[in-house]
Design a protein around this ligand. Structure first.
Ligand code: BDP
Length: 329
């Protein structure tokens, strides 16, 4: 009996002894969430991030990125990353706004005047304020990725004025702000997961949706909603970010490497984005899409006033951040 017990304890000590280093090594085996297909600029940026981190930490930190949204929908993935179940992800700040009010500021329609202006502000004071808000809610921003400008598309007709949206059933990302945005033009807003949009367009459960050219193209939405109207109503940046829970487990040296790799990957992603936007537009046009410019965007901008009013009434403490962006050159 005694012998047995000793052996048992020996075996236990051995198992624990072995398990400890394995456990700490596997803590550095990161899991990354991504909603996009593998050749998408975001996906390539994320892979380059992971590769650089692994190389620069001499293999201390490795990881796997799960593309195509296989780890779940975006709103769920954001929560799971906050909880540390997922280690990092590339998120649009739109769905993030439901839990992080600062992130919502950049989901206000027409808040940025252009993509270069968005970069400038996100790489400066505005990005810092939004990043702080995210960090307080468990997400550490590592790099701001480009997601261009979102425009409406549908299967019925070109949109030229806000009135054209009246009565249309339009899919939006999960965020009350986007519901308000569509409703203020008289449309019926339908929040829905990204993965469900294609089928819903195809079966006419919805008439349209809105997105940037690369997503309109990569999801094949353009095959079932052939009018793409360049309203460019939302310029929402995206973020490569890490769970604060994962971040806190890293050494300061590892954190510095992760931050630098995040910034470098954003630089790469922005370059790839510009190329993909052009290629996507060419592809959808070749695929028979009718693209129309909007001669006058002012009626769309004016229609958004109630959205701003409601947002500022609910978030008076964010008025400075809204004004910082809205009044920037
Ligand atoms: C794409 C974003 C992605 C969103 C998607 C959507 O990159 O993060 O999930 O739009 O509309 O442009 O849901």
């Amino acid at each position: 009996m005694f012998v047995l017990r000793t052996n048992f304890f020996k075996a236990l000590t051995l198992a624990v002894g072995l398990a400890l280093p394995v456990a700490s090594a596997s803590a550095a085996e990161l899991r990354g969430w991504n909603i996009h297909v593998e050749d998408y600029p975001v996906s390539i940026g994320m892979e380059s991030f992971m590769k650089e981190v692994t190389e620069k930490t001499g293999g201390e930190i490795t990881g796997k990125i799960f593309h195509n949204g296989v780890l779940g929908s975006q709103p769920d993935a954001i929560e799971q990353t906050r909880l540390g179940v997922i280690d990092f992800g590339e998120f649009n700040l739109g769905p993030m706004g439901q839990s992080i009010p600062e992130a919502n500021v950049v989901s206000l329609p027409f808040i940025f005047k252009s993509i270069p202006q968005m970069y400038r502000l996100m790489d400066g004071e505005a990005g810092e304020a939004i990043g702080k808000g995210m960090e307080a809610k468990g997400l550490v921003p590592l790099g701001w990725y480009d997601a261009g400008a979102r425009s409406f598309y549908n299967s019925i007709k070109p949109i030229n004025t806000p009135d054209d949206i009246k009565g249309m059933k339009v899919r939006v990302m999960s965020n009350d702000l986007f519901v308000g945005m569509v409703e203020s033009m008289g449309g019926n807003a339908t929040p829905m997961a990204f993965a469900e949009v294609f089928q819903s367009l195809k079966t006419n459960v919805i008439d349209g949706a809105e997105n940037n050219p690369p997503s309109y193209e990569s999801t094949s939405h353009y095959e079932v909603a052939k009018y793409y109207s360049l309203t460019e109503h939302l310029i929402i940046p995206e973020c490569l970010c890490m769970s604060k829970k994962t971040w806190d487990k890293l050494t300061p040296e590892q954190q510095a490497i992760v931050k630098e790799a995040g910034r470098n990957s954003a630089e790469l992603q922005r370059k790839l984005w510009a190329e993909r936007e052009k290629a996507s537009m060419e592809k959808v046009i070749a695929g028979g899409v009718t693209v129309n410019e909007i001669a006058d965007k002012k009626p769309f901008q004016d229609a958004m006033e109630p959205v701003y009013e409601a947002f500022l009434a609910e978030n008076p403490d964010l008025a400075d951040l809204v004004n910082l962006i809205r009044n920037a050159d």
